[in-house]
Every structure is written in C-alpha cells, then in structure tokens.
Design a protein around this ligand. Sequence first.
Ligand code: SF4
Ligand code: SF4
Length: 346
Amino acid sequence: MSASGADGAPEFTIKIASTGDAFGVAAGQSMLSVLHENGYAVQHSCTSGLCGTCKVRYLEGEPDHRDMILTDDEKTEYLTTCISRCRSGEIVLDLPPPGEEPIVQAETPLAVVDQDICVACLTCVRACTYGAAAIDSAAIGVGGIVGAATVNRDDCAGCGLCAAACPTGAISMTQFSDGEVIERSGGFAPRPASEPLVVAFACPHCAPAVNAFDGGGKSSGLEVMEMPCTGRIDNLHLMRTFEDGADGVIVTGCEPGRCYHSTGNLNAAKRTERVRGWLDEVGLGGQRLAMVHLPARDGEQPFAEAAGKMVAAVAELGPSPLRKVAPEPGDEPAPEDALLAELGLL
Ligand code: SF4
Ligand code: SF4
C-alpha cells in the first residue's frame, strides 16, 4: 500500500512476525491504534512520541521515526508505534501473539522528587495538569517539616512542567534532566565570528517546522534543542545557553490553548519574558531571546519569520560578548593559546 491520505501521510502495512498477521494503517491512524484494534497489547502512555512506552522492535522495513525519545542507536532497532510511520510500504514488527506479554518494556520519563529539599509549597501540584503530583502528608520535607511532594508514576506524563516550576530544585527528570539539557544546549561547536549561533528550543509539535527550516537555517547557525514541552524549559536552561555562548535563543511552542500539556506554552512565555528582562539588566540585550507560538500545521513560515527576526536582531547587536568563537584560517592565536603552545601544551 503506498497511497497517500488527505493529509499527505502515506498509508502502509504492518506485519506481525510471530503470527503473519498483516494490517493496513491508513492516514490518520496510528500503528498503536491498529494493533490495539486487532488484539495486540502494546503499552503506551503519552501517545505523542515523548515517552517511548510504546516502542516495539522492527525486523524489516524503513520506519519514518517521528518521536523525540529514541536515540539514533535505538532507532536502528525500535520504533514508537504511537506516532511513527513507515517509508517502505510495509514494516515487520517483532510482537508476540495477542494475549502474550510484549517483549519490550520501555522506560518512561518521570518526575522524581527529592523530598529532603521539598518545602511543600504546592507549586508542582498546581503545575501538573495530570494530577500526578501531590503532597504526601506522611513524608518529611526540608528542615523536618511534615509533608513533601510525591509523584504518582502511573499518572506522570514526563512533561517536566513541575521540574521547571519547582522553586527549590527538588524535582528532577529521569530524561531531559537539567544536566542533560545544559550539556546539549552548551555543546554546540564554536563557529567563526561571522556566523551567529541561534539555538531554538522546540516542543515536539513545533520541532518538524523548526527542523524543516532551511532558508538560512543551518547556514545561519541555527541549532535545534527538542524538549518534551516548552513548559520543561527552565530559566536556568535559557541563561546557561547564553552563558555557553549563544547569540540568540528562540523558544517555539504551540498556540495558546493548544499545548499538549495544557499550560506548558504559557509557562514558557512567562519565563521567556522574565529572562529577556535579565538579559537587558546584564547588558546582553533582551532582543536576543524570543518566543514564538506556531500553528499546529504550516508552522514553517511563522518559524522562518521568527528566525529571520532573530538573525537580524543578532546582526544589529553583534555577537554575544560571551560567545565562543572558532578561529578562522589566518587568525592570530589568542594570547593564552600562544602561551600554551609555547609551553608545548597545545
Ligand atoms: S514545587 Fe518543589 S518544593 Fe514545592 S511542593 Fe513541589 S517538589 Fe516540593
Ligand atoms: S512531569 Fe508533568 S505529568 Fe509528571 S508530575 Fe511533573 S507536571 Fe505532572
């Protein structure tokens, strides 16, 4: 089957290796829903390519991976059935017959509370739109106070809204931890002074539009950081990205009222505004940071406009003073590098 549906998503066939069953997956259907309709139990959670719970091993065929959770290595063996498609017309899945346990139990991203530093402020309880965070009155928090937050693993969707909102840093994520985000956002290679570094933090629903941007995209120094939700983006992540030398940062979230996690995009808009003020105060310039709300479909043009404005703002402000600049051919070595070279340490 290779026809395309009304939305342009190709139809394809899934085949189950253990039984030989074959099912068509029409445009607008997911592999997960087709498997469930036909009695194949596949665990799932977010159904949005964020958590990886529904991943299944494939044996033949070429998946069109659309999740943001599997690593490149994992993608050579697994696909997420909730959101991924197929490029090859047919894909063979390594699933047991109906009624038997699935072979793969994926790890779901989760929020974890360090109750020793929880002040029971209720911020996470209010931030969580899944009702997963609650105060456990039997737990002991910071300074021996009675009551500390807890997260119900079965209800947690791994969106990270609570972790970004917690004022004490008591909540960490099993994936997209602060350390992981900072390492990735600060790890972009230095580039010549003539090429700006603009980092885009994108939610999964905006990531396709951001990744599709090529009008000056990579050549304009655009680097993309995919996040589970813009609500996961903490002030710390934005400030560290500037500290690590970005000239500009764009946060891309869904339109108000259309956030998959309800209010993540609104939280991100507030944080972005706050950090813009801080950038002004420290003399870096608030114009180096912007948030854009992209429509669910056809987000390429709005993103291209936002990226164009950011590149223009950076061109006007000049490179960030915190910028790490890659040497260009013919450049004099920096004095500290010259000294290290003289000492034979470079
Ligand atoms: S937001 Fe942080 S400090 Fe406040 S209750 Fe939740 S875990 Fe505790
Ligand atoms: S990660 Fe999201 S779903 Fe899980 S407890 Fe935090 S806010 Fe709730």
